[in-house]
Every structure is written in structure tokens, then in C-alpha cells.
Design a protein. Structure first.
Length: 316
């Protein structure tokens, strides 16, 4: 039976997919995101499905639950993710295999733990790259994996991977699929010179773009923001926050009728819940983690988003 991997296209998603592909050699790899997961599930007739690093959105939770029932009644559905679940969606009542949520563990760590019996132990370093990419390398599980490695070597490899992935267009799925194949054989990022070149170009661009953020950042209350920079949204949000001197940074990019957003904060416990509520009230969708979130809202609503986010922060 065919296995289908549905994965997020960032470093954690790519590494998690590589780990699963090493365990399930014939799996097909499809990249998706929270907004696209439901339609992706609907398009699958049958097959064993492994979902990696894709958050379940509250907007689609009923549709996703019924797809899990449809697909899980005949085949295996595995869901390995570390984003907060939408309220009212209990995975334990659905025919879905998952791992009990390990505090702070990213999807690559979960994938390695779940498929461990089918993997060479040295695939642990791919899980570590994914964890570094998601700032999730300080968990008991990753610390144990790191005991078998010199972490300085792995930070170089993870750095190349993160930079190359930030430099590539988000929707360059062919590149990401070939990278998943490459990593599934546990080959080193540094051994692929074109990957190293991409990473170096990205570092040069980072230096330039950081200065641009510094000169363009605007602030409203506790929120700093930048728009349409054509740079990694996550990094732009981080530096908007740092140079704006606020708790929260937002980076926005207009995409057709929508605006894609990254939001980064320091010291908060539930950025995702404010972001998800505000995005929802503006007719969009959002979610994420304690201090990193993403959202998509209708075009033209950025200033409202920033204002409502600032008000929302005052309450928490
Ligand atoms: Mn992740």
C-alpha cells in the first residue's frame, strides 16, 4: 500500500519528512500547510498517511476530523505535530495514531521517536537539524540524541540547511522533495556544494536585509512591523521586533487577495492564541506556538491586524 507523507516545507517539516522517508522508502512526499491540509486530505482516496509539522486549524477542524475518520477507518493515519490543537478537537476519539505530546519536542524529534525501529540510529542527526531549525533542541529527547554527536558539527550542518531553505522560494517543492530524498540517505548538507552556495548567498542577503528592516520598521504600541520586504518572513519579524524595541514583531507580505504574516515575540506564553483570534476576527486564519506564529488575512487589513494584536497583548 502506498504511503503519503504530508509535510510542512520548513526545516523541521523537511527533516521530519526525510526521517519518515528513510523508514518508508516508497512514500510519496507532498508539501502543504495548515490552510491547505483539508483539501489535500480530501484529494486522497486511500493510502497510509503520515502528517508532519502541519497544524490543525480551528477553521477546518470539523472537516479534518471527518477526513481522519474516512481515511483512518481503512488505512493508517499518523499525525506527528507540535502545534496546539484547536479547542474541541480530541485526537484520542479519532482513528489516528500519534505520540503523546512531549513538551517542546518538534515534529522531527517526534518522527524519529515514532519510526525509530525502522531507522538507522545515525538518522538522529537529521532529527537534530530539524530541532535546531525550530529552536527546539533543548528537550530531554534531543539532549539524549546529542550525546552521540559533537554538537558543533551538527550546528554547522543545520545552519546550512536552515539558510538554504530560507533562501529558496517557499513553493519550490521540487527542490524540497529532492532535499528530502538526499537527507533520507543521511547525507550531509555540507557535502552538497550547491546547498552550501545557497546558504552563503542567503547569509549575505541576511546582512543586507537586516539593515533594511532597521531603516523601515514602524511601531504601534507593543508591536513593530515591516511589509513587503521579499525576505524570510520569520527573520523579518524577528528583526522588526529587535530593532523596533517591542515585545512583538510582525512581517507582512501581500499575496494576491491575501496578506501572509509571520509574528515573533519574546517572553509570551501564548502568542498563537491572540494571533489566531485576531486573524479569525478579520476573516483570516492563524496559529502557531508560544512565541512564533503565522497568519493569513485579507489584503488591506494589516493596520487593523497590528492594532488589534496590540490591544490583545495588553490583555495577556
Ligand atoms: Mn515544526
Amino acid at each position: 500500500m502506498e504511503s503519503i507523507i504530508l509535510a510542512h516545507g520548513d526545516c523541521d517539516g523537511v527533516c521530519a519528512a526525510s526521517i519518515v522517508l528513510a523508514a518508508r522508502r516508497n512514500a510519496k512526499v507532498v508539501f502543504t500547510n495548515p490552510a491547505g491540509l483539508l483539501s489535500e486530505l480530501r484529494s486522497i482516496e486511500a493510502g497510509s498517511i503520515i502528517i508532519l509539522d502541519v497544524a490543525l486549524t480551528s477553521k477546518h477542524k470539523d472537516g479534518i476530523a471527518s477526513e481522519f475518520k474516512r481515511l483512518g477507518s481503512r488505512n493508517e493515519v499518523v499525525y506527528l505535530d507540535h502545534h496546539p490543537l484547536p479547542q474541541g478537537l480530541g485526537l484520542s476519539k479519532l482513528p489516528v495514531k500519534t505520540l503523546k505530546r512531549v513538551r517542546g519536542a518538534c515534529s522531527s524529534e517526534l518522527a524519529y521517536t515514532y519510526f525509530k525501529d525502522w531507522l538507522e540510529p545515525e538518522m538522529s542527526r537529521v532529527a537534530i537539524y530539524g530541532a535546531i531549525g525550530d529552536y527546539s533542541d533543548d528537550t530531554p529527547g534531543v539532549r539524549r540524541m546529542l550525546e552521540k554527536w559533537d554538537k558543533r558539527e551538527l550546528y554547522l550542518e543545520a545552519g546550512i540547511l536552515v539558510a538554504a531553505l530560507e533562501g529558496v522560494r517557499r513553493r519550490d517543492f521540487d527542490f524540497k522533495r529532492s532535499l528530502v530524498n538526499y537527507l533520507s540517505e543521511n547525507r550531509l548538507p555540507s557535502a552538497d556544494r550547491s546547498l552550501v552556495e545557497m546558504a552563503l548567498r542567503e547569509s549575505e542577503r541576511d546582512e543586507e536585509m537586516r539593515r533594511l528592516v532597521k531603516s523601515m520598521v514602524k511601531t504601534h504600541g507593543n508591536v513593530s512591523y515591516v511589509t513587503n520586504l521579499e525576505w524570510s518572513l520569520g527573520k523579518a519579524a524577528t528583526y522588526a521586533r529587535a530593532y523596533g524595541g517591542t515585545i512583538v514583531g510582525v512581517a507582512a507580505e501581500e499575496q494576491g487577495e491575501n496578506i501572509d504574516l509571520s509574528i515573533r515575540s519574546v517572553g509570551l506564553k501564548n502568542l498563537y492564541s491572540v494571533v489566531s483570534r485576531v486573524a479569525g476576527e478579520l476573516g483570516g486564519i492563524g496559529g502557531g506556538h508560544a512565541n512564533a506564529a503565522g497568519a493569513r488575512i485579507p489584503r488591506g487589513k494589516l493596520l487593523e491586524f497590528v492594532e488589534m494584536l496590540d490591544e490583545g497583548l495588553a490583555k495577556i
